[in-house]
Design a binder for this molecule. Sequence first.
Ligand code: ATP
Ligand code: MG
Length: 588
Amino acid sequence: MTDEKPVHFIKQIIEDDIASGRWGEPGDRSIVRTRFPPEPNGFLHIGHAKAICLSFGLAAEYGGTCNLRFDDTNPTREEDAYVRSIIGDVKWLGFEWDGEVKYASDYFGQFHAWAVELIETGKAYVDDQTPEQIRATRGTPTAPGTNSPFRDRAIDENLDLFAKMKAGGFPDGSRVLRAKIDMKSPNFNLRDPVIYRILHARHHRTGADWSIYPMYDWAHGLEDSIEGITHSLCTLEFEIHRPLYDWFIDAINEGRSEPIHHPQQTEFARLNLTYTVLSKRRLLELVEGGQVTGWDDPRMPTISGYRRRGYTPEAIRSFVGEVGITKFDSVIDVGRLENACREHLNRAAPRRMCVLNPLRVTITNWGEGGDENRVEMMDAVNNPEDDSAGTRPVPFGRTLYIEREDFMEDPPRKFFRLGIGREVRLRYAYWVKCHDVVKDERGEVIELLCTYDPATRGGDSPPPDAQGKVRKVKGTLHWVSAAHALDVEVRLFDRLFSVESPARKPKDEGDDWDFKTNLNPGSLTVVQAKLEPNWRGESDPKWADGIERFQFERQGYFCVDCDSSDQSPVFNRTATLRDSWARATNKR
Ligand code: ATP
Ligand code: MG
């Protein structure tokens, strides 16, 4: 695996900071302190993986540190279950955070103390206006806002009211604490933003301790300051908030002899993927609406969905590295993520034979005049990309299964599979020729009658005939022995959405338009398949996350679903062997 590390603009900033000694001794690379700050209000998605690889990756590269910090300032939408899943996802992706997991809620006391300082220095005030009034007086992009009638309240009165807000003396929404900045600022974020609101809600960590909660904008930069973050990396939508974060820190520092740490925020473009929705709000809608089985449904673009689907952390990291870091929003072809996965699994996944849509085959000359039940063990290559993976024995007998799609009663010349009178190679076994079919009462073929050529053992070409002519086969098929095959459930996944930009509302649609109309009705097909026995090979690679991954020859990559039992394993298709969406002409 190659984790590509090109020099992007953020690395350039870090290099310059190290050279100039902005955060420490010039030349000291270990000064890099980054963080990943998820809000625990959903599972992480592939976009978050980009932010994770960036911040954790840079810290590791420079010998600095990266914090995992939960931005848990909004108790109404947050849950402990999300905290646990996020911790598991970051670990699975292969990253280690510095020290303990951190929580913004651990800093609530400090945030409050700094808010009191702002009131004391006349830079914050309690506003009694309703949320509607505050909204209505914010102005527009072209018109300035108007000052609140409470803006010039006496400092003592502000302190007193804020203390009562904290003590739970007022109902939700009746008052807020606002920073006194500039109602005429061209940047909306600076028009006296709300920094505290009253909310009588239980917090998943602080319980009922607080009746006021800090706004995200107030908390975010202060969290970075408390943790001594040097390079605070976030997505472009926060660029317009940066002046506010800077204002908060400068305002706190104005009244102090010991200034608090001032982090530097730098923004990068978020990851967008075709055929994919990346927004926790929308993903939650799918979970709650039952369109998927949960946040970890293998069709979801969540880290836990991809894990369950069989994607590897290596594949995700290599995809994110390849996409790179820029300042420009773009949409990446989801096929590139799928390809990164194929590329890793092609190198690493052991091969097996599994027939997804079985058609019975009887070898009529098997054990002729002798033992019809004879079983021969064939040597099958475990991974042609890795000689050290060796071979495994696969039983072959009189009755087999092949794919229904691999036979046509009346095939065109270009059909490189089996037909009556045609000969094919059964991989690692023998050449077989079909001489007859058995049909059911509806005329459907239910069994093929074939002969095998004992001179082709192992799938090798037979010697030339008396005239020196070499025989050729139409193609090579996978198969399993009917007497030995295991019945397994296989889930074939396809893209969750059938259009390239599923979240984009078409021009002619009204406000009630729903992105769920773009769901792909064929995103899940369940089949009962026949798998070769002893599918858990002794020489199989031990995957770090314990998930067993395979290539089923000619069918794609598959993994064992985490919810299935050893007695009845269920396989999830991770990816087809080739990108079938890229070549619409070649219909699956
Ligand atoms: P979403 O907008 O998808 O609902 P979010 O931004 O609300 O997610 P957070 O928990 O706030 O989710 O995100 C944590 C970090 O991940 C933030 O720093 C954010 O910039 C980053 N992030 C979120 N989405 C993406 C994305 N699509 N690409 C890159 N980084 C992202
Ligand atoms: Mg966001």
